[in-house]
Design a protein around this ligand. Sequence first.
Ligand SMILES: [Zn+2]
Length: 435
Amino acid sequence: MRHLRLLVLIMMALLMCQAGALASDFGDRVKDMAAVTEVRVSKQDSKVRIVVEADKEIEFKKMVLSNPERVVVDLPNAWLSPKAAMDTDLRSLFAGRLHVAQFNKDTVRIVVESKVGKNNYDVFKLKGGSSACRIVLDFGDLSGSSEGRKIKLPDDRTEVKKPSAPAPAPVTDEVEREMASSGKDEKQEKQEKQQESSKKESGKQESGKKETSKKYVKVEETPSGGVFEGSGKDSGDELDEITGLKGKKIAIDPGHGGSDSGAIGPTGVMEKNITLKVAMELKNLLVAEGATVYMTRTKDTEVSPKKSRATDVEELQARCDIANAKDADIFISIHMDSFTNDAAKGTTGYYYGSGSKMSRLLADKVRQGVIDQIGTSSRGTQSCNFYVVKHTDMPATLVELAFISNRAEEKLLHSEAGVKKAAQGILDGIEDYFN
Ligand SMILES: [Zn+2]
């Protein structure tokens, strides 16, 4: 018995030594490495910013890999603090899944699934602030140096929450500050932070810039939550033979609205207005063809009952809820594309790759219908992770009609003829799909 006890003691002592050795190994190994202490995500309009904090100066290596398309940023000679590890869906038009992990013993790897071209993201180092080094990854339409694109959204709308852990303090304000003033010293930054938080306390989030942008934003209340039902049920019998859409239930989602302008073209045309015009025109065409139409919005407003206070996810889910509740046969979300390079042009059909097989067909038909009508070039039919096509229960597509950032395409879709043609093109695609 005594022997046994001794043996246990010896084994415990050995184990403790080993654990101690492991811990000091780790300490030795990382002592010259930078610790990645925090990763924060914020969203503004369609832009996504990822801020990586490290306790020492670090370098980064970026690359773009395909299948799926993703931007990879490696931080050599760094180790990842467990609390900074992240695996989340950014649910943005420009950025899908974000994964932050220790890639090998001395490299931290950040992977962002993204459909963007290599000019539509930016990775850079920011100095100053509380940490020794900050690496920033921006995704989205980064041409937005003009005031028009800097529409600031109210507080929580732009915050991305980690699915499991509680979200870090809202970083939007901080990120915007960073965007506006990369070169400020720490004292100045601290002062601004204080001002910012006192603003928050008084509940006033308005700055001069926001006030200006608000001028463009007219929010109208719709008691019905934005749903409009138009039906061609009463059409005469003779119409039956020539309509393939009688009895079809079609959900139309004009992208953006209210406080969310979507992308803005070089002459100031807002995506939210074009998508609504095309959607309303399409609704009329569909009703005339005998279909029942459910609109997520019929006015310049958010769809969520929380209006501008809704988070991105709440707003997008509200759109899905309408289509799902009505048990629509298909769901079509209408958008305009945007890119830093104003030469980018063309029409893209998107569908959720892991969803209904029919979604791809729908995306393809609608894209082709639009192209045949407005004469844009094709950017193909692409799989995506966009929220509205992922969380709708029926075959669904998101069509990027054309590029609002392209002067010619902005002009085309800003014209009545362009709107009519685009709507006709979507209708043609829908008819093709059902036939
Ligand atoms: Zn859009």
